[in-house]
Design a protein. Sequence first.
Length: 181
Amino acid sequence: VMRLASELVPLLDDARAELERWAKPFAVIAERVRAELEPLAYAEADRLSRENLRRQLELIRHYLKKDLIVQAMTLAREWILSLLVLRRGEGDWLDRSTREEVEKALGAAAARSRGEAVALPEWFASLPDGEKIGQLWNGLTNLRNALAHCAMSRDAPSVQTILTKARNLPDQLRALFDLLV
C-alpha cells in the first residue's frame, strides 16, 4: 500500500490541472483520494525504518477509520514484530526465521503476563517495559484470534469490546514506538 500510494500521489498531482479543466467532479474526487493516500505514501516500503513503521501505524489508523478491523489487527500484529526487529537491530525484517524468533519472545512475554514462569531471551528481557509489551501482545493475540475465529467461542468478546479495543490500539502502539525507537 505504501509503495503504491507513493506512486499514485504524484500522478494525481500531475492530473490536477487537466481534471480541473475537463472533469471538475473527478478533480474533487481525485483530491480526496490524494489527501487520503498522502499520509500512507512511502517509496521505501521494503526497507525497515522509523519512517516505515510510522507510515504503517498511519495505515492501521486508516484501516480502523474505514472499519477494516481485521486488516488493522493483522497489520498491528506484524507491526509489533517489525518494531522489535528494528529495535533488536539483527536479521532481515522480512525473513520468516527472524520474525518467528521475535514472535517466540513475544509469546514468552505474553505467557509471563498471564503469570506463567517462562524464560525470556536476553535481548527481550533488556527492553524497557517488557511486561507491558507482553500484555499488549497477549491482548492483541486474543483480539486477533477472536476475529480470525469469528468469535466462535464461549468466552469470545462482544463486538463492542472488539471495536473498543481495536480503536484504542493505535495509541498503545504509538506509545510502544516512542518507548523503543
